[in-house]
Design a protein around this ligand. Structure first.
Ligand SMILES: Nc1ncnc2c1ncn2[C@@H]1O[C@H](COP(=O)(O)OP(=O)(O)OP(=O)(O)O)[C@@H](O)[C@H]1O
Ligand SMILES: [Mg+2]
Length: 491
């Protein structure tokens, strides 16, 4: 029963209810019927007794005698009178005189000499009261007795004693009981069928839910169920759908994270392979000997350059890891963004000279709370990128601006700009818009992702866009602090 289905539980409970209801109703109905039939029988006997009494009363009145008084015509008249009524009545009619003796009987011509006054109902009638009784006969039948007084000239001269067995009632009840059993059985079968239909209808949404949940458990994250049926099952379906959506989203996120990690690892190994191959090639050629001085120097400088690149790559990855993994741990100071810009440009001066790029700084800076070295790294990377894509002799511009509570620093160049499909990926690790060309210039594609991580650790944001007049614009936005607010240095 514990693990039984809703259907069988419903079936069992409905059957029990139906059985009790049908049983109780049957018992009640049969009892009522029995009572009704007995009342009817008693009424009939009473009517018969009264009619007979009235008839005999008038006979006595005419003959001037009384039952049992010994008058010669009396028994004959009495018998005739009784014979006249009895075919029309199914009951047994006895005529009793004032002394309680039977003087005529519709069933037999030899009445007993028993004193009927001992019977309470006869005694009642002889005292002009209504008398009735039920008795169990020796043959097991129950009989009903009703008496009515016979009056002549205002005196009670005897009583009419009407009786009948309740045999016909019992037969009637047995008949009804048999019919009832059939009705109850039919009722139960109907109930069973109805319950079957009902329970199917009720449990269908639950079964659908179970199927959905099973499919979900097997890994089909897109499974959703249609809320159907009763409010409760609907609620469960809704809850299931919400849970499924949540798990689905988390799983998608986890898978994406997994993919990012895998890609990151393969990107890192790919990045390592290029300089390592170059170093190995140069070293092997040198080992072979038979290399002239100029070539040897060239190979050695390749080894040094590529080793530097490896070291830089390792450094970049490390700082990216640190920045992304440890938010809120940057040593923050009140610094001016204009100052940061100037420092970055100063540090890049030799490189910019070599590339023959001029840098112009314009606009007014503002105080921000930040880590000067990290922010300088951001600006340096933006200027480095801009100078790398700009033609010799051109100018890279740095613009400082304020907008609301933010201060912005834009780096603008006249380079080729960024392809539209590359824009959304610009800040991803190892992303290069023109891989072959960029790698040859030494970029690993980490600069912008490091910049983004740093800016975000400062509660700021970084944007990139193509300029209408050509080239592109990178802007760093940082929350400004009040120029004369007290120092909030934190570390
Ligand atoms: N100003 C720019 N104009 C055009 N393309 C740019 C510009 N800045 C960046 N890019 C593109 O975005 C890519 C990613 O830049 P990012 O600074 O992250 O890497 P990188 O400069 O290639 O290498 P790294 O900075 O790690 O040495 C670059 O490879 C380049 O293709
Ligand atoms: Mg760069």
């Amino acid at each position: 029963m514990l693990r039984s289905s809703i259907r069988s539980r419903l079936l069992a409970s409905l059957l029990v209810v139906a059985l009790i209801a049908a049983g109780a109703l049957s018992v009640y109905f049969l009892k009522e019927l029995e009572g009704f039939a007995l009342r009817k029988l008693e009424e009939r006997l009473s009517a018969e007794a009264q009619v007979t009494s009235a008839l005999l009363g008038s006979v006595y009145q005419e003959t001037g005698g009384s039952p049992g008084s010994g008058g010669a015509v009396e028994p004959r008249v009495l018998d005739r009178a009784l014979q006249e009524v009895s075919p029309k009545i199914a009951s047994r009619i006895r005529v009793i005189d004032a002394h309680g003796r039977v003087v005529a009987d519709s069933y037999t011509s030899k009445p007993t000499s028993e004193d009927y006054r001992r019977r309470r109902e006869v005694e009642e009638a002889l005292h002009d009261r209504y008398g009735a009784a039920t008795r169990l006969l020796p043959d097991g039948h129950v009989a009903l007795y009703v008496t009515a007084p016979i009056k002549a000239r205002g005196r009670i001269v005897g009583a009419t004693y009407a009786s009948s067995t309740t045999f016909s009632i019992i037969t009637l009840l047995r008949n009804y009981r048999e019919k009832l059993v059939i009705v109850v059985v039919a009722f139960m079968i109907t109930m069973l069928l109805l319950t079957e239909v009902f329970s199917r209808w009720l449990s269908a949404p639950l079964r659908e839910l179970a199927t959905g949940a099973a499919a979900f458990a097997q890994g089909n994250m897109s499974v959703r169920v249609t809320p159907r049926g009763a409010r409760e099952t609907r609620d469960v379906a809704d809850a299931f759908n919400r849970m499924a959506a949540e798990v689905d989203a988390v799983m998608t996120e986890l898978r994406a994270e997994e993919r990012r990690k895998t890609r990151f690892v393969s990107d890192v190994s790919h990045e390592l392979r290029t300089p390592l191959t170059a170093i190995r090639g140069a070293a092997e050629t040198l080992l072979d000997g038979d290399v002239d001085q100029a070539d040897a120097e060239r190979f050695l400088s390749t080894i040094v350059r590529e080793s530097d690149r490896l070291a830089r790559l390792a450094n970049d990855l490390l700082s990216l890891q640190r920045i992304e993994g440890a938010t809120g741990e940057l040593p923050l100071r009140r610094i001016d963004l204009a100052e940061i810009a100037a420092r970055a440009v100063g540090a890049l001066a030799p490189l910019l000279d070599e590339r023959e790029i001029r840098v112009e700084v314009s606009g007014e800076g503002a105080k921000v709370l930040g880590d000067a070295d990290r922010l300088q790294q951001v600006v340096a990377n933006l200027v480095d990128n801009a100078s790398r894509v700009s033609a010799r002799g051109s100018t890279v511009r740095l613009e400082l601006q304020r907008e609301g509570r933010d201060v912005g620093l834009s780096v603008l160049d006249d380079g080729p700009g960024i392809p539209d499909d590359a824009l959304p990926h610009l800040f991803e690790r190892f992303f290069r818009a023109q891989p072959s060309r960029d790698r040859s210039t030494g970029g690993a594609g980490l600069g912008l992702s490091i910049a983004k991580a740093i800016v975000e650790a400062h509660a700021g944001r970084i944007e990139a866009s193509n300029r209408a007049e050509g080239g592109c614009r990178f802007t760093v936005w940082l929350p400004m602090i009040e120029p004369d607010a007290p120092s909030e240095a934190a570390s």
